[in-house]
Design a protein around this ligand. Structure first.
Ligand code: FES
Length: 574
């Protein structure tokens, strides 16, 4: 090894000639590691979110072995470790409830172990932000290997997108144009390879976000999970993390305010998920960068939509990769982004993406002829959402972005399911559907239920969209005029709790307003009569969560997890 090198953190475990040095090395040797592995090599922790119960990440078990090849080749010592994995389509009540728990798992696993650098193997929605939040609170050199999207879904001769097809089929069932056996047949045709959702849902949005933050190798996020080039990327990431340790390229050197601004702009141009706002705010909170909900509107909302991907557009992630992937989008945005932001390969994002060729302008539009002129997420304010609410105009047909309607209120998601298809429900296409009790504290965990399916009787009449508002989230694969993330949420006494059937609600996206047209003295009278629901848990992690979770506009982190504690360990085991 080179002379005068900086002392590795792992030498605090493996470098001693005393009893504890013996203990730290001896038990690890039961896996057959030769002596030279313990002599001054960067130890690379491979944080794996693999699980059979997380279908989108099921291939990552093999990927860890490929990363290890790259680490060994570069002179490092790779050690893989698991963290709790979050399978979006399997876990109840919602993976968002467990995101912060995984972040704690990742943070403490990294800090407590003899690690010099970290590779995060991620894929399904929450597996990216959760592990990154934890890693930020330790702040070692860290690179992300995004697991990659599935191949395009193929059903009856057509491309079909993860999630987006689910919403379409749910509507078609209500409409009477699809049957339950159609649904059964579509299942395996939609999800036909390893990888995460292949629409621009939350997983693809978060993978693109971490690439835009500079935390992956260039072009890494769009490579399909089963493409051999994904394996090459994983191998090279294993190479690179060893060099990053030697260079001292820690997360805080990459994750600057400029990097976050770049991520907001890229998320707008790809028509990314509203969930990115929550996760990006939480990640910024861990690394100590100020990021406010209004930044998303100010920095991103005026940017054009360039990626023609479902749900905002037509194509899927496989097409996006073949068209050139994220470097093309970043290159198109070169007049807007901070081109000098540093990335994990030691080069700037501008250098990495300079002149990236586009191979299909139908899939990735040039900035001069975008799919939509203004694509980013809009932040609404008003007496219904004093701390903010969001809407993604690119996922709508634009017809209801200025709309006033009569409220039809559902007090809970169970209430919604019980009444939405009742023939006598007093509702028409001009009404505003209001859902309460689905925020971070109330549900708990803020599930993706904000895009409530429309009443069957209106779908049968041909109604395609209505204004829907809630304190919940929406899947990144969904669409419609859906106002989300209302803060403060109803369960903690936000004005959403006071809305009643028949109240007039005005949505004005151009003016960034969401207004409940009820006089303040009447609201005050309702507030006095309102009582909060009983807590949903009195013990365990959920009890901790509901007592400490912050509102959506602040990223839904637990307040006491903000910031970091660095990589120092407080006491020796002795
Ligand atoms: Fe895992 Fe969509 S369910 S990414």
């Amino acid at each position: 090894m080179e002379k005068n090198k900086t002392k590795l953190r792992s030498e605090g475990w493996f470098g001693g000639d005393d009893k504890m040095g013996f203990v730290h090395r001896s038990w690890l040797r039961n896996q057959g590691h030769p002596d030279h592995m313990f002599r001054g090599r960067p130890v690379i922790g491979i944080c794996n979110t693999w699980s059979d119960l997380t279908p989108c990440n099921a291939h990552l078990r093999d990927f860890a072995e490929i990363v290890k090849r790259g680490v060994y080749e570069a002179g490092g010592f790779p050690l893989e470790f698991p963290v709790m994995s979050l399978g979006e389509t399997i876990m109840k009540p919602t993976t968002m409830l467990w995101r912060n728990l995984v972040s704690m798992d990742a943070e403490e696993s990294i800090r407590a172990n003899p690690l010099d650098g970290i590779v995060l193997l991620t894929g399904c929605d929450k597996t990216t932000p959760s592990t990154l939040m934890g890693a930020c609170s330790v702040n070692l050199p860290t690179i992300i290997v995004p697991g990659g999207p599935m191949l395009n879904g193929k059903w009856r001769g057509k491309d079909v997108g993860s999630g987006t097809l689910t919403w379409q089929l749910e509507e078609a069932l209500k409409e009477g144009t699809a049957t339950r056996s159609d649904l059964r047949e579509a299942e395996s045709c939609m999800s036909r390879s390893a990888g995460h959702c292949m629409t621009m849902g939350t997983a693809s949005s978060m993978a693109s976000t971490v690439e835009a933050l500079g935390l992956t190798l260039p072009g890494a996020s769009a490579i399909p999970a089963v493409d051999a080039r994904k394996k090459v990327m994983a191998h090279l990431a294993g190479n690179r993390i060893v060099a990053m340790v030697k260079e001292g390229l820690t997360l805080s050197k990459v994750l600057t305010r400029q990097a976050f601004e770049n991520a907001i702009m890229v998320n707008a141009a790809i028509g990314g998920s509203t969930n990115v706002m929550i996760h990006l705010t939480a990640i910024a909170g861990r690394i100590g960068v100020e990021l406010h909900i209004d930044d998303f509107d100010k920095i991103g909302s005026h940017l054009p939509l360039l990626a023609n991907l479902q749900p905002a557009g037509q194509y899927l992630m496989e097409d996006f990769y073949y068209a050139g992937g994220l470097p093309v989008v970043i290159n198109e945005l070169k007049g807007h982004i901070h081109n000098d932001a540093i990335t994990v390969n030691g080069k700037t994002i501008g250098e990495n993406c300079k002149d990236a060729p586009c191979y299909n302008q139908e899939v990735i539009r040039p900035i001069e002829s975008p799919l939509k002129e203004e694509a980013g997420i809009v932040v609404l304010k008003g007496n219904l959402c004093e701390n903010g609410a969001v809407i993604k105009p690119s996922a709508t047909d634009g017809k209801l972005l200025q709309h006033t309607g009569r409220a039809v209120v559902f007090e809970s998601i169970e209430d919604y399911h019980a009444r939405i298809d009742k023939p006598d429900l007093d509702i028409d296409e001009n009404c505003v559907m209001v859902l309460k009790g689905v925020g971070p504290v109330g549900y708990p965990g803020m599930p993706e239920v904000g895009n409530m399916a429309l009443p069957e009787k209106l779908i049968k009449k041909g109604v395609k969209d209505m204004v829907r508002i809630s304190d919940g989230r929406m899947s990144g694969t969904a669409y419609g005029t859906v106002v989300l993330h209302i803060s403060p949420e109803s369960t903690i006494g936000g004005n959403l709790a006071l809305v009643r059937d028949g109240d007039l609600i005005e949505l004005d996206v151009k003016e960034r307003k969401l207004t409940l047209h009820v006089p303040e003295n009447e609201l005050e009278a309702r507030r006095k009569r309102w009582t909060p629901p009983p807590p949903v848990a009195t013990r365990g992690y959920v009890h901790l969560y509901i007592n400490h979770v912050e509102q959506a506009d602040r990223g839904c982190d637990l307040g006491f997890l903000k910031g970091g504690s660095g990589h120092e360990v407080s006491r020796e085991p002795h």
